[in-house]
Design a protein around this ligand. Sequence first.
Ligand code: SF4
Length: 489
Amino acid sequence: MGRMPRQSPSKITTHRRCNRLTYFEQVLGLYRPSTPAQAFGTEVHRLSLDEYLVKGIMPTESVFGTRALDCAAVAISHFPPPKIPKEQVEQEIWIDLSHFSKTEDALIKGFIDLNEIWRVTDLKTTSDLKYCKTEDELREDAQSVLYSFKAISDTGRSEIGFRHVVVKTKRTHYSKEIEIKWTYNDLASAFSKIVKEDIPSIRKALQASDVSEIEASPESCEDYGGCVHRTTCWAFGLIDQGSGMIDFRQFKKKGADAPAATPKPDPTPAPPINPPMDAETKAHSEQAHEDVKKKHAAKPECLSWTKEACVLWLEKEDPAIFALKKPSKHRVAALRARIASIQDGSVTPATVADPVTTEPETKPEYRPSPEAQGVIEQGVFDLYIDCQPLEGEITYLDQLLEPLMQIVCESITEKERREIPAAYLTPEGHLIHYGMVPYNNGPARVAALLMANRKSLTGRIVALGTLPVTKACVEVLLPAARNKTKKIY
Ligand code: SF4
């Protein structure tokens, strides 16, 4: 049994959210793309921790403008006066589990935002304070347990505090502190739970030969704007479908308006994840699951290829996809999926209908062209809004839009570029996310491009309302769709 890849509190948290995410991220390398909100949070950390706490400088400039400065000022009001030794701020920590367990040898790495010896602080930024963890949740939180355990072990104290300082990133910038006290005994038993339960479970996911061997967590599929692996989970037939339609929201966790507080997890009988099914539906679902499993019995080798290997293969077998977009602009996950589809024969390079590759040489116009004489030509595609059919091939709207978003990012004007913070631009000067086009014009431009292509759309398109661009695109698709199906709530 070799040493498993290095773990971290966030990897453990991700694993608790869904075991399959560990496989997707740590085995297949399909990490979730970072978001503008994360870049903003990193900047607030830099301003309040590096600039203020370590150097003693009150920040006055930020690439994110006054909003980041205001958030940093709010965070600073929770901190002790500077200067704090560098070793206590954003302190890199390592925990070698082989020192605590005879069977586990994983290394865990993390960064403690502020270690005051008697208390550990973690700074968080959020769009809404309703997402703050409660004290009970902090007692279950992997970061709270691991950071506090490391700090208390290093000092030999019998008690230590752990707190979240949470700053709201939208105006007005309110903040909140949630603090708990850990005794050494409580920490030791919480730490041992991670060693005995989380780490073996992660190891099991890492050793799986196929993602279908790992239990799904459909109740997490809609978290944080929707899991980016839903397409793959569906493609591998890994989510129980019920009959006819799948609606991911049926699995959504209870929100704030749930009648009672969330009960503490009971370690003995695990609650059923999927809703009960009648015998006929169950048989149907199992048959569908078996069919897809058979189809994907052998995991395509290309799913673990590097980007360079994918590009080399595609340049030979399917060079058309690089005609308008440089290889570096493609995402490795999309390249692997394309290779897998070509290899299993479900698509062939010559017949793939790709709106981008069929565009003329010139850069596509992103402004909507006027509808021809006000007549909308009927498309040959079916549109599913917030639901999807049980069987057959489908295309998610985000798959369809990916190349269009790319075009929008690359086609910003010089004037717009000057208005965009440098942190949102690539070294080549391209925008990293269409949502940052000034004046909230990004979704409209993506929809305009889609409109120019909609007459060539075929098959079944599934639009889930998890992207900012979905609303604008559904407006464009609706009039031209051959059949429309919408989930009614
Ligand atoms: S789509 Fe759902 S089941 Fe699949 S990895 Fe994401 S959260 Fe897990």
